[in-house]
Design a protein. Structure first.
Length: 544
């Protein structure tokens, strides 16, 4: 009989699973955004002598539902945001006598956090360690820690395995996911990608990328996220992918749409933008981070210092490629005026749906090391009660340079209210549509018929003025760029959610400001004691 392995992608907290059940299904049909490529990749690396089940808490609920399902081994992975939840899951299974192995970016950045919660920890890339770990597991001689001594050649690994969740994927995920490359040539201070995966881009063979996309299309996925931290980090390779992707996509009954993460340097490459548009890339995530040049210099985001950021965003969007602009407040050079600056930039750069963030110092980053050495990191567990920690909105673990924490949360609330106000969303979305000057020929898109009922239901719940804004936006895109109605409708649905949630956001952030003011008045912030890195006296598997 085959041994049974459960591979878990944990949520950030159980409240996030609650949110999915209560809200997300009503907004965008699928309860989760991207299918769990990390555990599918590990499943692909697992020999056939095992029976493997994928479990994504964002869709399937708490992993503890499997405590009595007879699993012989549980593997848990995730980013730093998932680590606290992952440790809770690990403890639950170990309490039942089921061995647990932890891996992924979160535990790789802070392996000491898992030492009391797992039978083994895998640090680094699974391609180099997972098969060896399984051999040791079968032989009953598992090491406490496995480190990958080499960066993996990602094209040598088997493709991801989706079979255990393939039946639920089209109705559960807005997007499938295919890895194209690893690494990033840049070295931003707040990011650990370049430290974990290197600054030299490692790429997957183009035929393999196409095969994985075909697999997801057969499963029923309509949108693909190309999983890489910088799709254009190896520009020659990216263009090779795009040139092969466009004709293949036209052969599908319904052409798929694509997304990727890349850098603002895209605006300097006319050929790349045209290829992205021809391949049906409807959205790209770009780390804009800040409109403050001193903050960009501080965090080593040099690539955003070359030229006018507003003009570059408009150039990219002119090809019908929407930008999900990631923006951060709280850098050392950010003063109280940063919130108005960010709001103004979002309007002028015509970014309908930005991604707003508060700076955090993540394990394994240069920012964490610098602020830890300066005594500016907060021990969150000792500073806040468990109830407060669970209720924190966009928690951050540092003391800011030019603002008190209460001031930052107050300013962030004001930024949210400006960005998600219909009076601002409507003109910047219409401006985004009017900026389409380099559109490829896409043909008709009949998917709007599926989203109309959701839009109508949303509009019935909105004040008349908000419903009127939706109607005007959709009428405008129908007249100006009918092939893009689906994308604009989807963005308008996201805006409707943010606008509807603003009273809750206001309540949570106002509560957070009160907590921070209390701590500021009482000197209640407990500094984090940085644990020294100790070399482990343990045998480490070596690749043949």
């Amino acid at each position: 009989m085959k041994k049974k392995i459960l591979l878990v992608s944990p949520g950030t907290e159980l409240e996030s699973i609650d949110w999915i059940d209560r809200y997300a299904k009503n907004i965008k049909h699928q309860p989760a955004y991207v299918a769990p490529l990390s555990i599918a990749t590990v499943a692909g690396l697992t020999p056939d002598r095992y029976d493997v089940q994928l479990w994504d808490e964002a869709v399937q609920g708490p992993a503890e539902r499997n405590l009595d399902a007879g699993y012989d081994l549980v593997g848990i992975t995730g980013y730093s945001d998932h680590l606290s939840r992952g440790l809770i899951v690990a403890d639950a299974f170990r309490a039942r006598g089921i061995p647990v192995v932890l891996g992924g970016a979160g535990i790789t950045a802070a392996p000491h956090k898992g030492k009391d919660h797992a039978d083994a920890i895998i640090v680094g890339e699974a391609e180099a360690t997972w098969p060896r770990f399984l051999d040791d597991f079968d032989a009953g001689r598992v090491l406490s820690i496995y480190r990958a001594p080499l960066t993996a050649e990602i094209g040598d690994a088997p493709p991801p395995r989706w079979d255990s969740i393939a039946a639920i994927m089209p109705d559960s995920y807005k997007s499938g996911s295919v890895e194209t490359s690893r690494g990033c040539p840049f070295d931003c201070e707040f990011c650990d990608v370049w430290k974990k995966f290197g600054r030299k881009m490692r790429t997957k063979p183009v035929p393999q990328v196409l095969d994985e996309i075909r697999t997801l299309e057969r499963i029923g996925m309509k949108r693909i996220y190309l999983a890489t931290d910088n799709f254009i980090g190896a520009p020659k390779y990216a263009k090779e992918v795009l040139r092969a992707l466009a004709p293949m996509n036209r052969q599908f009954r319904y052409p798929m749409s694509f997304m990727a993460e890349l850098t603002l340097t895209l605006a300097q490459d006319t050929e790349m933008m045209a290829l992205l548009a021809q391949a049906n890339f409807t959205r790209v995530l770009i780390g804009l981070e800040s409109t403050n040049e001193d903050s960009l210099k501080e965090t080593r985001k040099r690539q955003n210092l070359r030229g006018d950021m507003i003009a570059k965003c408009r150039t990219i969007a002119s090809y019908g490629i929407g930008i999900t602009g990631s923006l951060i407040v709280g850098f050392d050079n950010d003063g109280i005026g940063v919130f108005d600056d960010q709001a103004k930039f979002i309007q002028e750069a015509l970014i309908p749906i930005p991604r707003l963030n508060i700076l955090r110092a993540l394990d394994g980053t240069d920012l964490y090391d610098r602020l830890g050495a300066d005594g500016r990191l907060i021990d969150m567990d000792k500073t806040y009660s468990r109830e407060e920690l669970r209720s924190l909105t966009l928690p951050t673990n540092l003391l800011f340079n030019k603002m008190r924490r209460s001031e930052l949360y107050e300013g962030f609330l004001a930024l949210q209210e400006q960005v998600w106000n219909w009076r601002n969303f409507e003109p910047r979305t219409i401006g985004f549509i009017d900026n389409f000057t380099n559109l490829p020929d896409r043909g008709a898109d009949d998917r709007l018929d599926r989203v109309v009922p959701q839009l109508q239901a949303t509009m019935r719940q909105l004040p008349e003025a908000d419903a009127g804004a939706i109607d005007r936006i959709l009428s405008h895109v129908r007249a100006k760029a009918p092939a893009y109605v689906w994308e604009i409708a989807a963005e308008t649905m996201i805006q409707a959610y943010h606008a509807a949630q603003m009273p809750n956001m206001r309540k949570m952030l106002t509560r957070q400001v009160a907590i921070e003011r209390r701590l500021e008045a009482n000197g209640g912030y407990v500094p984090l004691e940085i644990e020294p890195v100790v070399a482990e006296s343990i045998a480490v598997p070596v690749l043949a």
